[in-house]
Design a protein around this ligand. Structure first.
Ligand code: ADP
Ligand code: MG
Length: 207
């Protein structure tokens, strides 16, 4: 299924809706190993992004989402998610629609942006621990002929496992790293919201 502006908008709306619904859950997770603002921050930013949604191409839509998140969301996750969306947009260029493989490559560019900005590696207990397995699953499923909706469903499952796998990790990046060993035993909030990003893609692509 080609990713056009309508699908990009639907993806962002689904993500915003699921983060809004999980606001308290994300807040609780961030209260355990951070400052408790992840749910509220991200939800506020995504509300602003959905209010501003516009653009004739998926690249334009996602560029604006990225810019809005960077300007509206404080903390680490605003610039990180914002950069990710901007890099995905860059990967899509000016095309009216992207085929699935081009879109998957653009998502990989989004992760590269997160890593360039945050310098987190696998196992540091961050959103990277959800994105990495998600993109591997997405590529694998597309490679074996799955639809974008099914491949994104696989990505969401892999992201959820990746997020769960952050529980026993000790945080080495971000605010949670200040807790040292006390960060162990809690699921990372950003990895949790990133799972919602991939689940939202699956839902939007299936509609
Ligand atoms: P803050 O920590 O500034 O309050 P948020 O609570 O909004 O920001 O987001 C915290 C999340 O951001 C973490 O759960 C983690 O997933 C992610 N994060 C923090 N630092 C980094 C980093 N350097 N690289 C990747 N992700 C990070
Ligand atoms: Mg926080």
């Amino acid at each position: 299924m080609p990713v056009d502006a309508a699908l990009a908008e639907a993806w962002v709306r689904e993500f915003a809706a699921s983060v809004a619904a999980a606001r308290d859950e994300l807040t609780k997770l961030d209260q355990a190993i951070g400052d408790g603002d992840h749910g509220a921050n991200l939800s506020r930013g995504l509300t602003a992004a959905t209010d501003a949604l516009s653009g004739d191409t998926p690249g334009d839509v996602l560029k604006l989402v990225g810019r809005t998140l960077i300007s509206k969301v404080g903390g680490a996750s605003g610039p990180l998610y914002g950069t990710a969306f901007r890099e995905v947009a860059k990967g899509l260029g000016d095309a009216a629609a992207a085929d699935d493989v081009t879109f998957a490559a653009a998502l990989r560019g989004g992760l590269d942006g997160i890593v360039r900005l945050g310098r987190a590696e696998e196992g540091d207990k961050t959103m990277v621990d959800a994105w990495l397995p998600a993109l591997a699953a997405l590529d694998g499923a597309l490679g074996s002929g799955s639809s974008l909706a099914d491949a994104a469903g696989e990505a969401a499952k892999a992201a959820a496992s990746g997020a769960e796998a952050t529980i026993p990790m000790q945080a080495r990046k971000g605010r949670a790293s200040y807790l040292g060993p006390r960060s162990v035993g809690h699921q990372d909030p950003g990895a949790t919201s990133s799972t919602m990003l991939f689940a939202a893609l699956a839902k939007a692509a299936a509609a």
